[in-house]
Design a protein around this ligand. Structure first.
Ligand SMILES: Cc1cc2nc3c(=O)[nH]c(=O)nc-3n(C[C@H](O)[C@H](O)[C@H](O)COP(=O)(O)O)c2cc1C
Length: 209
């Protein structure tokens, strides 16, 4: 199927078939799609937990307003933003850039200093907001990649971040759970799959100037 058909096919899955597992090859494909997301400056100020362990998924369901997608899905992707932007985070990016693009570190000094001057000056809550926003683009990549493989997904903000942070011990790594995407295969019993999509018309959504 083409891109638009895949996007039409996907829907926010409410009930997963808990007997079906996504293969390791497909999980690798999804990881690559997330990894290729655009990020501001290229900083990638987030990490993604992929949870398959049933006991952890059950605990996360309780922290997700009881939404069963979290316990029934094959894998649960938890996007976690860095709560602070540090010198170390930027230096690690400069190292990656230097290695991957073959640029001498001294030639990246100006770019690194510019990033530090801009990002380290942000108030803490603004910095956390900024890193949080980046994860949504990666989450979009994940959902599109899922649709391409005919894997179902459900983007979710309906969860208690503090409880996730505790269960997954994210605080100690300076991370915060901000977006959850369970993936797997839809249950035949999920009636939502038969509902037509509700969307603004193109005329309502777009203004050409
Ligand atoms: C940021 C975000 C948070 C969402 N949170 C939830 C959620 O907690 N639970 C849920 O069942 N669906 C959630 N949704 C799914 C939306 O309700 C759904 O995408 C929207 O109604 C459009 O329907 P469709 O995705 O099936 O086309 C969320 C979607 C987004 C983008």
């Amino acid at each position: 199927m083409g891109l638009l058909e895949n996007l039409q096919w996907r829907y926010a899955t409410k009930k997963f078939d808990n007997t079906k597992k996504v293969s390791e090859d497909d999980i690798t494909f999804l990881k690559k799609a997330i990894s290729l997301a655009a990020t501001s400056y290229g900083l990638e100020a987030y990490e993604v937990l992929i949870i398959e362990n049933q006991d952890i998924k059950d605990r996360l369901k309780d922290a997700s307003w009881g939404q069963a997608q979290v316990s029934d899905a094959s894998h649960v992707f938890v996007f976690c933003n860095n709560t602070k932007i540090s010198n170390e985070l930027i230096d690690a990016y400069m190292d990656r850039k230097s290695n991957d693009q073959g640029i001498a570190k001294e030639n990246l000094q100006g770019y690194g200093d510019f990033m530090k001057n801009t990002l380290l000056a942000l108030p803490e809550d603004e910095a956390a907001h900024w890193t949080r926003r980046q994860t949504y683009i990666a989450g979009g990549n994940l959902m599109v990649a899922c649709a391409e493989l005919q894997i179902d997904s459900c983007p979710m903000e309906g969860f208690e971040a503090e409880k996730y942070n505790e269960i997954l011990e994210l605080d100690k790594d300076g991370l915060n759970a901000c977006l959850v995407v369970p993936v797997g295969y839809r249950s035949e019993e999920d009636n939502n799959q038969h509902l037509p999509k509700t969307r603004k018309s193109l005329d309502q959504m777009f203004r050409h100037l």
